[in-house]
Design a protein around this ligand. Structure first.
Ligand code: PGA
Length: 258
């Protein structure tokens, strides 16, 4: 049985001064038996901006919440101005990172090859990669959704280090047209792609590993639609942008996932 995961993605939002109030509000909304159940049944994490990482690790720890980065560089050190390495993230107490978010691919030139390289580096260094993939609206309307996510996934699969990875990484299907638009994929649209991705995982890794790996849905996930999304057999959680900025909304989503 796959443990659910709800991952907030704060993108380029919030300051260190916001952390205490945010986690206090979140903690007040998920208390008592629900907090115990949440710890057992849902992995909760937030991907926050770099300057917040170290303080967020401390602020989130009392609630058993993990802090993730939104990006990383595959090399451990070197002449890469403006970049951040896995050892740097680990030093801050970070144990997971988004990789290949569509905003990285769209605005910062990340390719299938860089995403694959970063995923491999994260796996080799014990950092949980949450690998994002998904099609644009143009690609969906051209009937290319499966071909696009198949290609994106294959690049990552071909670069995997040896050894089991099913528990060591997470996929996030995020249709680009649904991100930040308020226009979520329907649960049926999402399930179709999740099911397809799991069949692709089976081809690459075998049925057992495919059955084990978590696949999150992202793109206008909210308290209003998370129950329906989570009811789908191949949807194991959410990668949540806008709704993760509001502690009450995100807490409602966690409570729904219990
Ligand atoms: P959204 O963002 O929930 O605001 O659509 C999701 C994401 O980009 O991860």
């Amino acid at each position: 049985m796959r443990k659910r995961m709800l991952a907030g993605n704060w993108k380029m939002n919030k300051l260190n001064g916001d952390l205490a109030a945010f986690f206090a509000a979140f903690g007040n909304a998920v208390t008592g038996d629900a907090a115990v159940a949440a710890a057992e049944r849902v992995d909760v994490l937030f991907a926050v901006p770099y300057t917040l990482l170290a303080q967020a690790v401390v602020a989130a720890a009392p609630w058993g919440i993990r802090i993730a980065a939104q990006n990383l560089h595959a090399d451990p050190s070197g002449a890469f101005t403006g970049e951040i390495s896995i050892p740097m993230l680990k030093e801050a107490g970070v144990t997971a990172s988004l990789i290949g978010h569509s905003e990285r691919r769209q605005f910062f030139g990340e390719t299938d090859a860089t995403v694959a390289r970063k995923t491999r580096a994260a796996l080799e260094q014990g950092m949980l990669p949450i690998v994002c993939l998904g099609e644009t609206l143009v690609e969906r309307e051209a009937g290319q959704t499966e071909a696009v996510v198949k290609r994106q996934l294959a690049a990552v699969m071909e670069a995997l280090p040896p050894g089991p990875v099913a528990d060591a990484m997470v996929l996030a299907y995020e249709p680009v047209w649904a991100i930040g638009t308020g226009r979520s994929a329907t649960s049926q649209q999402a399930e179709e792609v999740h099911h397809f991705l799991r069949s692709q995982l089976s081809t690459h890794l075998g049925a057992a590993a495919a059955g084990q790996m978590r696949i999150l849905y992202g793109g206008s996930a909210s308290p209003a639609n998370i129950a329906e999304l989570l009811a789908q057999p191949d949807i194991d959680g959410g990668l949540v942008g806008g709704a993760s900025l509001k502690p009450d909304d995100f807490a409602r989503m966690v409570l729904t996932a219990l």
